[in-house]
Design a protein around this ligand. Structure first.
Ligand SMILES: Nc1nc2c(ncn2[C@@H]2O[C@H](COP(=O)(O)OP(=O)(O)O)[C@@H](O)[C@H]2O)c(=O)[nH]1
Ligand SMILES: Nc1nc2c(ncn2[C@@H]2O[C@H](COP(=O)(O)OP(=O)(O)O)[C@@H](O)[C@H]2O)c(=O)[nH]1
Lengths: 268, 268
């Protein structure tokens, strides 16, 4: 099973920690540090691959990240590198598709983009709006509230409401969880949707708390637990991304975003 | 007693909450919201005044804040408004000083600038460096790590080290705590200096914890206490700013920053 995930957001939002936590791998490590430690003069998309084995299933995961995104004094057009990357992958696929012998098409198209929103408590930044307006018709965007342990539950709820209000005002189209025939699944999906944008916490450390091993962040005033649903939406994101919606993310990429690209390309 | 404090940093770093906490006032409220809720098309410095009574002393506090600083997609030169404001205050003072009758000179010069650094965990952002390099020779800069409850004690220590390393590399001059004749005071000052940049937490809510009334932030995993020295450096900042170093901040402004401005102005 193949999947390509893009990770976008300014430095220091916990992106590499979250990716490591999501896939229980040290994809980001001293050998291949997080994007914030690979910043160049201009924003460029970089790719790394990792093999993940989970429940007997092998996942060939490709992670595209964006060192330098949003980190300069002037961030005008810093999303252009992301647009170019996504369209290049569509172009590669289109070329491969139009070959006579097209067995085993490698699919490196970006199936999902996790966009990290800084936990300011106020609302979206102009850069967040620009990015999502420019990319929502090219890739499945799943917005995340980064470092959610920065916010109290009340602040988080208010912040989520404000973000969704602004997303609707700017007519930004996020990835939509599909309706299912199964009523039980639909009920679960609705609970999922009500938590968007997912407020995530990640951690590279496993702590020992009262006999249990817990992935979390140890503060003098307590432990923020990554996998505790009362502390953050990490498990919600992980379930939908890795377990329930991975195939749908690929389908929407192929049937909607790629088709959009293809029809524009072939008609121009 | 008069004092002018400038507050600079991007939106959502807890600046208004911190100012309210420092002076136990709702300087920022629904009537006069924090700078992040007053953002205009361009960065402009705005001023508000409040009368603070503490220990029988009346403090006429002026707060200059900077709505829009660092919040746009392109933040080139967003520090220019701050430079203009500080120099305008120097100019006003110079003009008043040069009058024949100069009784009771109003002193609206900026005595201290609290610069809020985002708790990314990595280091200074390019904007932080630009701001401090442009302003360190014009005003007393005290850098703060904002929302320090975002970081574990180990992360905070590492972050402080990294920030100070970068500040030295960029030859940025921060406000320096003076040497005293009193050996005990010197010992205390050295402890203060070792905590720079101060990692602060602020809160507008007072909670009831085990019978005590505590200013803090209530998370599901515990309470981050603003006035607990093991949780953050808030009390350290408050003591030095409001109790021990307020006069020295005014003296350095007058004897160093203003004199710099004056000699440049009179020689040009
Ligand atoms: N408060 C908080 N800090 C985090 C979280 N995840 C990572 N961090 C810390 O934030 C800093 C930057 O994390 P990193 O994963 O490198 O962020 P990146 O620059 O976006 O890749 C590190 O000190 C992490 O330990 C989180 O969920 N909450
Ligand atoms: N984690 C954390 N959040 C804070 C802190 N101070 C304020 N906040 C929250 O951060 C958000 C923005 O605070 P505000 O004071 O308006 O920030 P400003 O935009 O810099 O003036 C609000 O939801 C505050 O409750 C703090 O010390 N730590």
């Amino acid at each position: 099973f193949e999947f390509t995930l893009m990770v976008v957001g300014e430095s220091g939002l916990g992106k590499s920690t979250l990716i490591n936590s999501l896939f229980l791998s040290d994809l980001y490590s001293n050998e291949y540090p997080g994007p914030s430690l690979r910043i160049k003069k201009t924003v460029k998309v970089e790719t790394t691959k990792v093999l993940i084995k989970e429940n007997g299933v092998t996942l060939r995961l490709t992670i595209d990240d964006t060192p330098g995104f949003g980190d300069a004094v002037d961030n005008s057009n810093c999303w252009q590198a992301v647009i170019n990357h996504i369209e290049k992958k569509f172009e590669d696929y289109l070329n491969a598709e139009s070959m006579v012998t097209r067995s085993k098409l490698a699919d490196n198209r970006v199936h999902c983009c996790l966009y990290f929103i800084a936990p300011t408590g106020h609302g979206l930044k102009p850069l967040d709006v620009e990015f999502m307006k420019n990319l929502h018709d090219k890739v499945n965007i799943i917005p995340l509230i980064a470092k959610a342990d920065t916010m109290t539950p009340e602040e988080c709820l208010r912040f989520k409401k404000q973000i969704m209000k602004e997303i609707h005002e700017h007519k930004i189209q996020l990835y939509e969880f599909p309706e299912c025939e199964d009523e039980e699944e639909n009920r679960l999906n609705r609970k999922l949707k009500s938590r968007v944008p997912f407020a995530v916490v990640g951690s590279n450390t496993v702590l020992e708390i009262g006999g249990r091993r817990v992935r979390g962040r140890q503060y003098p005033w307590g432990v923020a637990e990554v996998e505790n649903i009362d502390h953050c939406d990490f498990t919600v994101l992980r379930n939908m991304l890795v377990r329930t919606h991975m195939q749908d993310l690929k389908d929407v990429t192929n049937n909607v975003h790629y088709e959009n690209y293809r029809s524009k390309k072939l008609s121009s």
